[in-house]
Design a protein around this ligand. Structure first.
Ligand SMILES: [Zn+2]
Ligand SMILES: [Zn+2]
Ligand SMILES: [Zn+2]
Ligand SMILES: [Zn+2]
Length: 369
């Protein structure tokens, strides 16, 4: 589904969900919280990628399209086919609290790695909500779901609940046979308050170059595009999360809603700081006939990276034909890591490069596509 359509569809959901009874409020909350992801990263990424189309060769754009198509296919294939929430038990002592147990019955596609085919599987998962009455409305205090580690069995996974491994007390559970994550409780609290979204928020509207006449100006177009890409992607994520926060405020108890709001405000502050910190610089330009190699260094905003742009001359324009990352194996030196570029291992040829001295991952270029 188109991301924006999904977003509109989702934001048109009821602004005043039925919270008059704990089981109703719990059911509505789970429908919202466990809904099939209405924000498609693959889709947003594909849309944003188009902004850089003008400064890249047709061949490079085709390669990118193929990659995003594959990402989209993956997202499509792994999707949930149907999901239904069913409240199975409500315990309501008369102190203004309630515990609601609900099952999520879902059908989804699952890949069989042996045959590479997809099959439909049915799953039933248990959720437990702790609800509190605030005024006339029931709100969510805590959500617990089946422990991921033991898949809700409560039993130690490493000793299969025997408490022993090779006749000794199990190192994982210390012999008590319980899952070490949930301590046998089968359920774990879900995180309802910290999103820790990593994005950037620009201080002002971006201005970008479109001059492709020289390798340097064309590389600057690409550098500007990388920044626009960050910003556009962030805008989409931000808009989506703002909707989630607004909805959460309807469902959560006041304290929890407050920490959601504060956490989100902090994420946004971090986004501004990150944007101010990120710096991309053209480090070097090497022109070889109809080709140019340009090293771009990105620092700050937790994303230090070196990239090399390969540009090709196309009529009067220079266009990006490849974006390479510096080789991690040889740390961009191009020399074999095993023999440090000597080609020798004692009196034999180096086993890593067979005596060729160069890094076998990047073939001595120091850069990889
Ligand atoms: Zn567990
Ligand atoms: Zn154990
Ligand atoms: Zn290498
Ligand atoms: Zn070697």
């Amino acid at each position: 589904m188109h991301a924006l359509i999904a977003l509109c569809f989702w934001t048109s959901s009821p602004q005043d969900p039925d919270r008059s009874r704990p089981e109703k409020a719990g059911e509505k909350f789970l429908e919202f919280w466990l809904r099939e992801d209405p924000f498609s990263y693959a889709q947003a990424q594909a849309e944003v990628e188009l902004l850089g189309k003008f400064c890249c060769t047709e061949e490079f754009n085709r390669r990118l399209e193929k990659r995003t198509e594959e990402d989209r296919k993956w997202a499509e294939e792994a999707r949930v086919l149907s999901s239904r929430i069913q409240v199975i038990r409500t315990v309501e002592p008369s102190d203004g609290t309630a515990t609601v147990d609900a099952l999520r019955k879902l059908r989804r596609k699952k890949r069989d790695w042996n045959t590479d085919r997809f099959e439909e599987v049915a799953e039933t998962l248990l959720y437990r909500l702790t609800m509190t009455k605030e005024g006339e409305l029931w709100r969510v205090q805590e959500l617990r779901r089946e422990c991921y580690f033991c898949r809700g069995a409560g039993v130690c996974r490493d000793c299969q609940g025997t408490g022993q491994v090779y006749g000794q007390a199990c190192y994982s559970c210390g012999g008590d046979k319980n899952c070490r994550e949930c301590r046998g409780e089968k359920l774990q609290a879900d995180n309802l308050k910290d999103f820790r979204m990593r994005f950037v928020i620009p201080e002002k509207e971006l201005i970008h170059s479109s001059d492709l006449s020289t390798p340097r100006s064309a590389a600057q177009c690409y550098v500007d595009f990388l920044r626009r890409k960050d910003v556009e992607m962030s805008r989409r994520i931000q808009k989506f999360v703002e909707g989630v926060v607004a909805q959460l405020e309807l469902f959560l108890v006041a304290d929890l809603a407050k920490s959601v709001r504060e956490g989100w405000a902090q994420d946004c502050e971090d986004g501004k700081r990150r944007y101010a910190e990120i710096e991309r610089k053209i480090e070097s330009i090497e022109e070889v006939g109809e080709e140019a190699f340009i090293v771009v260094v990105t620092t700050g905003g937790d994303q230090d990276a070196r990239q090399r742009l390969v540009l090709k001359k196309n009529g009067e324009s220079w266009l990006v034909d490849a974006v390479q990352l510096s080789c991690w194996s040889c740390a961009a030196t191009g020399s074999c890591r095993a023999c440090q570029g000597t080609g020798r291992s004692g009196e034999y040829d180096c086993f890593g490069c067979e005596g060729k001295k160069v890094c076998t991952f990047c073939m001595g270029k120091g850069w990889r596509d």
